[in-house]
Design a protein around this ligand. Sequence first.
Ligand SMILES: O=C(O)C(=O)C[C@]1(C(=O)O)C=C[C@@H](O)C=C1
Length: 90
Amino acid sequence: MLEAERQRIDQIDQEIVALFEARMETVLQVAQYKLDHDLPVLDASREHLVIEKVRGKLNNPELAPYLTELYQTMMAQSRAYQSQWLDHQK
Ligand SMILES: O=C(O)C(=O)C[C@]1(C(=O)O)C=C[C@@H](O)C=C1
């Protein structure tokens, strides 16, 4: 029983990692645009919109606070990755 659930979690994690990599690759394309147009990495209004959108996609509203925290963390990591990449373009 536990073994089966953990196997399922491992499969889900594999999908999450692939999607995380795809998201972070796309974020670098955003960073390139920001570099070209002299825009700051942080766009607080966009972050609020992203969180609103993903919360709206939930089937289980109990998960909303957990999803919000996950996205706040993920976008903070996205900003850190963009900033590090931008530092290397100088
Ligand atoms: O959409 C952007 O402008 C991004 O840089 C992407 C992203 C995100 O990871 O979703 C990251 C930083 C911004 O503050 C807003 C959103």
